[in-house]
Design a protein around this ligand. Structure first.
Ligand SMILES: Cc1ncc(COP(=O)(O)O)c(C=O)c1O
Length: 212
């Protein structure tokens, strides 16, 4: 590539993307001797290395090159069927066409932004909320509106007030983004009552819920 001012050629969307603090933290965590408490890194001893080795070997023995071939965009059918069964045990009645496999939840957040967000659409988020979601949604021009948390998660009383206030101003609210379990970064759990209340509010005001 020619040495040139390449940023001049960036799309408006790329110009809205911010350098992520997460990326910088993960970079630092690779330095020898650094034990990072900041980047949310799991303990490597907790990874099931032997089990993964066994599974990979078995799949390569049984499937050979087929296992490394391109597959369906939504994910392997057998895997999606297994996921339907898995969430079914938790009482979630999903059908195969409801399941789309992504490379972690960050990709899902990006796809949600791409599919649902027009410039200026409002996304209601916890205050504070997960940095990676903020960056993904801002890249699509979302207007992020924060609703404060307390020790039981997002303040649902304030959530409804906020929705009314925004609607009055003619804002187009699209969805509620929530991290109900082990909220990042606050670490709080959304109480069961509030979980039910969020569903009621979303139904009442015709909003999507994105649960991360
Ligand atoms: C709330 C939340 N959402 C999404 C992610 C990113 O998840 P993934 O690694 O699956 O893309 C994280 C990672 O820390 C997170 O805390």
């Amino acid at each position: 590539m020619l040495a040139m001012d390449i940023e001049r050629l960036y799309s408006d969307r790329a110009k809205k993307m911010r350098s992520s603090e997460i990326r910088e933290l993960l970079e630092l965590s690779q330095m020898p001797g650094v034990i990072s408490f900041a980047g949310g890194l799991p303990n490597p001893n907790a990874f099931p290395v032997e089990e993964i080795r066994e599974i990979v070997n078995r799949i390569l023995d049984e499937e050979g090159g087929k296992a490394l071939q391109y597959g369906p965009t939504a994910g392997l059918k057998e895997f999606r069927e297994e996921l339907v069964r898995y969430v079914g045990k938790e009482g979630i009645k999903a059908k195969l066409e409801n399941v789309f496999v992504t490379v972690g939840s960050q990709q899902a957040l990006d796809l949600i932004g791409r599919v649902f967000i027009n410039e200026g659409d409002v996304i209601l988020v916890g205050l504070p909320t997960y940095l990676g979601a903020i960056n993904a949604f801002l890249a699509y021009g979302a207007n992020l509106v924060g609703v404060p948390l307390d020790e039981n998660g997002v303040r649902v009383d304030l959530l409804e007030e906020k929705i009314k206030e925004l609607r009055q101003k003619g804002e187009n609210i699209k969805l509620i983004y929530t991290v109900p379990t082990f909220q990042n970064p606050a670490g709080v759990e959304l109480s069961n009552d509030r979980r039910k209340r969020i569903v009621e509010i979303a139904e009442k005001y015709d909003l999507l819920i994105v649960e991360d």
